[in-house]
Design a binder for this molecule. Structure first.
Ligand SMILES: O=C(O)C(=O)Cc1ccccc1
Length: 324
């Protein structure tokens, strides 16, 4: 297997990838952005890319949501959760009092603002392509970076002990977690159903009219499909045109999810299926009896029998009972 990830080595994205069995031995290509990683997948240069998709503090990672929603189709084949802890590093010999400008990835910056306001008020921010990229620019011998400190993962310090650690555990939320997804091409095998699965969809708002969003949400509600994330994003085509990026509890092979997808296809024909894959937290969905696979099967058999297609012909459409 060949993997692309937001590099260089030492990023949170690399930590997510290293959690995939076999990834340590596989070919790993560090790239400078999420769109570049996904372009490598689409071009067939790698088999899959690990990218951040959702943050417990900051919400959806818009670069990823947009890149998977547009362009040629892709498939999410697995997810990973990485606890996020940040350190402030600098070139050897630097003190906190010397720091005027700090660099890091925009998502990391958003998660240390409270600490910065308290300990480095007025510090300027320089965006970097990743946390590790910012930190590595501070190593002796690198070109003058234009900032004195970087916010990164403690992993970078393990790899480069010469970096000066100015502060540890500086995240505003100590329980911060980022969800990453492994994205492959659409011919990747569908991961089998585990009972604790997630399905990701992109639903363009098909018609600009009252009740259109309600009609989309109804497809899930009436089949007992729980949404775990919903975000609206502009399509970029023109002002006011949006798509919804949605995660639901369940797998394409769960009857309630398959039925909701059929409903969505009718309501919004350009719905995009981005994949069904096991939840990293193994949380099993709660499903009411009347939303179970058995209930859907029995209902379909009843209608088929009424239509004269059932196993026992027209007479088979009895009062029936709904199996669990
Ligand atoms: O820059 C990194 O290390 C990344 O992997 C992106 C990121 C940044 C901050 C929180 C989670 C992911």
């Amino acid at each position: 297997m060949r993997y692309a990830y937001l590099g260089p080595a030492g990023t949170f994205t690399e930590a997510a990838l290293l959690g995939v069995e076999g990834a340590r031995e596989a070919e790993r290509r560090p790239v400078s952005s999420v769109p570049v990683a996904l372009a490598a997948v689409r071009a067939g240069e790698v088999d899959a890319a690990m990218v951040p998709i959702e943050n417990s503090v900051e919400g959806g990672v818009t670069a990823t949501l947009d890149a998977v929603a547009t362009g040629s189709e892709l498939r999410i084949v697995r997810e990973a959760l990485v606890p996020i802890s940040f350190v402030l590093v600098a070139a050897p010999g630097t003190a906190l009092a010397d720091v005027r400008t700090v660099s890091t990835h925009s998502h990391a910056w958003a998660q240390v603002r409270g600490w910065m306001d308290e300990h480095l008020p007025g510090a300027d921010y320089v965006p970097a392509s990743s946390t590790a990229a910012a930190a590595l620019s501070l190593l002796p011998g690198a070109a003058e970076p234009g900032f004195e400190a970087a916010v990164c993962s403690p992993v970078v310090v393990e790899q480069h002990p010469e970096l000066e650690v100015l502060a540890e555990d500086i995240g505003d939320n100590r329980a911060a977690v980022t969800r990453f997804v492994l994205v492959a091409r659409p011919d990747a095998p569908l991961p089998p159903r585990t009972g604790a699965d997630r399905t990701t969809l992109v639903i363009p708002l098909w018609e600009d009219r009252a009740g259109a969003l309600m009609e989309i949400l109804e497809q899930f509600a009436t089949r007992g499909v729980n949404l775990s994330r919903i975000e609206s994003r502009p399509t970029g085509n023109f002002l006011g045109e949006y798509f919804f990026s949605v995660d639901v509890d369940g797998h394409l092979h769960d009857a309630r999810v398959a039925d909701a997808l059929m409903g969505l296809r009718r309501v919004c024909p350009s719905t995009r299926f981005l994949g069904s894959y096991p939840r990293a937290d193994h949380k099993v969905a709660t499903v009411a009896r009347h939303h179970s696979d058995g209930a859907f099967r029995e209902a379909a058999a009843w209608v088929a029998a009424l239509q004269g297609h059932g196993a026992h012909g027209p007479g088979a459409a009895g009062a029936g009972h709904v199996p669990a």
